[in-house]
Design a protein around this ligand. Sequence first.
Ligand code: PLP
Length: 412
Amino acid sequence: MSKDFASGRGEEPPSTSRLNSLKEFHSAGRGAWAHVSDADWNDWRWQLRNRVTTPERLQERLPTLTGDERDGLHLAENKLALAITPHFFNLIDPEDEHCPIRWQVIPRSGEGTVAPWEMSDPVGEDSHSPVPGLVHRYPDRVLMLVTDRCAAYCRYCTRSRLVSNASGYDFHPEFDRQIAYIASHPEVRDVLLSGGDPLLFTDEKLEYLLSRLRAIQHVEFIRIGTRIPVFLPQRITPELCAMLKQFHPLFISIHSNHPRELTTEVRDALGRLADAGIPLGNQSVLLKHVNDDATVMKALAQKLLLCRVKPYYVYQCDLIAGSAHLRTSVRRGLEIMKSLRGHTTGYAVPQYVIDAPGGGGKVPVNPDYVLSRNADRVVIRNFEGKVFEYPEARDGTPRFKPSEDFIAPELV
Ligand SMILES: *Cc1c(COP(=O)(O)O)cnc(C)c1O
């Protein structure tokens, strides 16, 4: 594609240079907030108070809004609130209407188009809630929703029915009832705090919740699902980290979708969490216009490792009402996974899952590496497309050497 490369001047292949430029760390900068003092800018409460939350403010900060985005704004009011932190807002490229950051946080007219198969509770959480705000879907762990507020709102939010309270769901978690349920269910050895974003709570409130969970003998480990390190890295203060590290084993799953989100500020915030001994994972959602691209996903995965974050899951976009404009095919997702596995370290390869519509839970979907399997052998394909066979018998002992007459098709 690149003329320089084609003319043989010895530059790197275009894909490598694109990968490397996607992995460069940049500061979010001050953008339109150049006049603000360092003390204010670095204060998470200032960032929250100064979020872009109204169509007027958005239009003023981003005069290049497209017709599609303007049409989307009036939909936001009673569906899912508009909110973008100044830090995250500065990652928007005003000259690029297909900027991957814009697609994630600025409403579009597509939000008003609801297909018959789309749902307000696409993964059936409400039907698996024994008490309000607690989802017990898997045998040994629960999802505990502690708030309906986030620092900023993702337009494809799977919990938009309750998050931001724009659609009148009236979410009221009752911590006492949630905790009583966990305490009376000894099979629950793993509690995942989410919402909304638990890190919006004050240190004191979070500490109170974590210590109540830690007081339950059978709770082995606690996780927090949060996008705050990405939306609001200023929240990750040394005081927060010192508080969190009292509750080990405590893991954090962050949410990032595009390498541009990993700014120098975000890298530093993640470094503070990692230094507090908190294992970090990342969850991404596969989104059209954002990351349905093998090079973008590889850059994201490798850049996460540079931030000491293990890519954990990539989700196929849930069938949330009004998300068709952001959805991409499972076929595309599988192609992307194939481009990662073996081509880069396994640490950079997340598990691709579909959260089964209606409440089946997360189901892994993988490219086919097992071509066939019978009582005698397994025929497998490697990342280069080469085919191999592995002998096995019912008791696990190979009955014979790999057949000498086995002819591996070169490429499948
Ligand atoms: C994703 C999820 C979990 C956690 O699943 P892991 O595979 O352990 O990360 C727990 N409960 C619910 C309802 C979930 O959706």
